[in-house]
Design a protein around this ligand. Structure first.
Ligand code: AMP
Ligand code: TRP
Length: 336
């Protein structure tokens, strides 16, 4: 089988609301990259259950997550959109990678430390091996590129280490070493309430994030209430260096407008935040609003969303299954 040279895989957890950080850091790039790459996009429900989930809520948010991705512009005629657990090859390869990755490598993963918090002994084993499953997600398609936000950089390095280690242990050149695609002006969107913290689905306060499903009024209100400092905006990006909240808002503006931060500051240097926030709210509403509307329409047509996912899973299995078969042969498993 000829190996792909430009194949993408990426995933998003189907829990909670997708927010502007997800969109600007990753999902918008998923849509743009469809023109150039063969793309596989999945809702990673196996990853979601590394922390406790309510079954009915998980099912609903998986469907909603798919509707949101379609609303953003993931196009099933160009890309394969599916639910991770519908393709058993991910978990199978994940196990094999658990037998390649080293405990020392996983101990260095900062996301595990953040998510497990102080109660490390109480975290699930699944949360600990989360990155090996993520490597399997990518490599089970022999994907070469992975569009993600900046927070996934370390996981991508681990994925490359696993691929390299497997290849050298088995004396083959089977897996590619996938590259992270971390693109745009907002690869790490911060909380609207604290410029040192990432915008996140799991933050207790809803005012820290703009959800892609927020109404225009709520978006405007959240931006108006976003934390800032008392100084006016600087004339160039150097002036943002010790001002994390200002830097974040300028980054969001730049990403939404598809402009460089320096260019945005040419217009707003010396301006007060009140004026800037008003324009930012207008811009955010103009970009997010149509996506929300389309998402609501798709929520009213669950049959369509389910058909897309069903067909996506079939197409994904058709690619992943033969790759797992090859891997089993390489490892030395007796064929069924
Ligand atoms: P998750 O919601 O953790 O499954 O993340 C889905 C995608 O969104 C991943 O590629 C993340 O890197 C990206 N992402 C999540 N939060 C942010 C953020 N605050 N800024 C930029 N990208 C993000
Ligand atoms: N770990 C990613 C996140 O939290 C989600 C993810 C799972 C993923 N599998 C993936 C991203 C494979 C890219 C490729 O955002």
């Amino acid at each position: 089988m000829p190996k792909p040279t430009k194949r993408i895989l990426s995933g998003v957890q189907p829990t909670g609301n997708l927010h502007l950080g997800n969109y600007l850091g990753a999902l918008r790039n998923w849509v743009r990259l469809q023109a150039e790459y063969e793309c596989f996009y999945c809702l990673v429900d196996l990853h979601a259950i590394t922390v406790q989930q309510d079954a009915a809520a998980l099912r609903a948010s998986t469907r909603d997550g798919a509707a949101m991705l379609l609303a953003m512009g993931v196009d099933p005629s160009k890309s394969v959109l599916f639910v991770q657990s519908n393709v058993p090859a991910h978990a199978e390869l994940g196990w094999i990678f658990n037998c390649v990755a080293r405990i020392g490598w996983l101990n260095r993963m900062t996301q595990f430390k953040e998510k497990a918090g102080k109660k490390k002994e109480n975290a699930t084993v699944g949360l600990y091996v989360y990155p090996t499953l993520m490597a399997a997600d990518i490599l089970v398609y022999l994907a070469t590129h992975v569009p993600v936000g900046d927070d996934q950089r370390q996981h991508l390095e681990l994925c490359r280490d696993i691929a390299q280690s497997f290849n050298s242990q088995c004396g083959v050149e089977y897996f590619p070493l996938p590259e992270a695609l971390i693109l745009g002006e907002a690869t790490r969107v911060m909380s609207l309430r604290d410029g040192q913290k990432k915008m996140s689905k799991s933050d207790e306060s809803d005012y820290t994030r703009i959800n892609m499903s927020d109404s225009p009024d709520l978006i405007a209100q959240k931006i108006r209430k976003a934390r800032t400092d008392p100084e006016p905006l600087p004339g160039d990006p150097k002036g943002l260096e010790s001002r994390p909240e200002a830097k974040n808002l300028v980054g969001i503006f730049a990403a939404l407008a598809d402009r460089a931060p320096a260019d945005v500051l040419k217009d707003y240097g010396g301006a007060q935040f009140s004026k800037f926030k008003e324009d930012l709210a207008e811009l955010a509403i103009a970009k997010v609003g149509p996506i929300t509307t389309e998402m609501r329409r798709l929520q009213g047509d669950p049959g369509h969303v389910e058909r897309v996912l069903h067909e996506g899973a079939e197409r994904a299995r058709a690619v992943a299954d033969p790759i797992v078969r090859d891997v089993k042969e390489i490892v030395g498993f007796l064929r069924a």
